[in-house]
Structure formats: structure tokens, C-alpha cells
Write a protein that binds this ligand. Structure first.
Ligand SMILES: Cc1cc2nc3c(=O)[nH]c(=O)nc-3n(C[C@H](O)[C@H](O)[C@H](O)COP(=O)(O)O)c2cc1C
Length: 188
């Protein structure tokens, strides 16, 4: 299962980086083939292509968009590590997702929300699920919400709140199960 982590923040100093590191290292320890995709490395303008991704089938004018779409096509499964901005997902994540379509179709997608405060990004998760459904992804029931992520995970990605270890184990197992099912579906 070739898996991508997509981090939904591009701030210079971002809480999400430690969350992404924790997921990356935990998955690697389970021998999952996993890569962190940092939206900072894909400087996409606000979507301004002449055709929608459904119509253009990913043939974009902007080279960064071509690169982003091609990169996502490499993966079988996705984990979104996403902050909540104004009760929703970040603008940069929405924009990056507007650039693609087929790349998520019939593939499993897990969501891990986090916040610096007590609400853990729960409001955002429902909206992100909806968006991913529009793109044909199968979103997992096993959502993880991390409140006060600065206290739950150290800067180097080591876990402080052990509760999340079990939650991530379950989520990764579910991602793998859905991958096995959806791989067959895509092959039909
Ligand atoms: C524009 C903006 C909007 C925010 N809105 C929310 C919010 O709706 N709910 C919440 O729990 N935290 C909110 N926060 C606080 C974030 O949880 C906190 O800043 C966190 O560090 C953001 O993740 P990041 O550092 O990886 O970008 C917001 C932060 C920003 C910058």
C-alpha cells in the first residue's frame, strides 16, 4: 500500500508538522510504504486553469499542477493531517484538492485533525469528508481528532498522549483493509 500523508498547513512554524512526523514514523515502524507530501513544495496558484480537472483529465497548463497531479497518482491510499481554520479546512488544502479529481477515486482516505485548542478540528473533519467524497475517495470511519496537539505530541513527532497510539493503529489497519478491497474494485 503506497500511502501519502498530505499536510494541510504551509505556515513557516506549524503545529501540523509534528503530527505528520508522528504519523510518518509510526507507519514506517509498521513497514508501510509512506511519504509525506508537503504542499509547500507544490506552489499552486488559486485554481485558474481553463478547464475543470474532470474535463482536462489532469492536463494542466501550470507545471506545478501537473507535478502535483502526477505525484498523487503514485499512491493507493491517503492520510490527511489537517488543521481547522475557521471551522473548516485550510484554503491551501482546498485549493490543492481543487486541482485534482481522478487521483482519489476509489481510494481510501483517512483524516487526522488537530488544533492548538480544545476542539481538535472536529468541525473540519465533516467538511473534509464531504469534499473527499465528491472526489470519489472512500473516507474511513476511524477519524482521529487531536486537541492541543502541542501537548499531545512533541516537536520531534514522539507521542506524549499514548491514547493516540491505539487510535492510529486502528486507522492504519483500516486503511490497509480498505486498500485491499478498493484495489480489486479499481481493477474491474
Ligand atoms: C486562520 C486560522 C483559523 C483558525 N481557526 C481555528 C478553528 O476554527 N478552530 C480551532 O480549533 N483552531 C483554529 N485555529 C487555531 C489552530 O488550531 C492553530 O493555530 C494551529 O496551530 C493551526 O495549525 P498549523 O499551525 O499547523 O497551521 C485557527 C488558526 C488560524 C491560523
Amino acid at each position: 500500500m503506497k500511502t501519502a500523508i498530505i499536510l494541510g498547513s504551509v505556515r513557516k512554524v506549524r503545529l501540523g508538522e509534528r503530527v505528520a512526523k508522528w504519523v510518518l514514523e509510526s507507519a514506517r515502524a509498521k513497514n508501510i510504504d509512506i511519504e509525506l507530501l508537503d504542499l509547500k513544495e507544490y506552489p499552486l496558484p488559486f485554481f485558474d486553469e481553463p478547464e475543470s480537472p474532470i474535463m482536462s483529465k489532469g492536463n494542466f497548463i501550470n507545471p506545478a499542477a501537473m507535478q502535483w497531479g502526477a505525484k498523487l497518482s503514485e499512491f493507493d491510499a491517503f492520510i490527511f493531517v489537517a488543521p481547522e481554520y475557521n471551522y473548516s479546512y485550510s484554503g491551501v488544502l482546498k485549493n490543492a484538492l481543487d486541482y485534482v479529481y481522478a487521483q482519489f477515486k476509489e481510494k481510501p482516505a483517512a483524516i487526522i485533525s488537530y488544533s492548538g485548542g480544545p476542539y481538535a478540528g472536529v468541525r473540519m473533519t465533516q467538511l473534509l469528508r464531504n469534499l473527499l467524497t465528491a472526489q470519489g475517495a472512500v473516507t474511513l470511519q476511524e477519524i482521529i481528532n487531536i486537541a492541543k496537539a502541542q501537548e499531545a505530541i512533541n516537536e520531534d513527532g514522539t507521542l506524549v498522549n499514548e491514547h493516540f497510539k491505539e487510535a492510529l493503529d486502528k486507522q492504519l489497519n483500516s486503511l490497509n483493509s480498505w486498500h485491499e478491497v478498493l484495489k480489486l474494485k479499481r481493477a474491474k
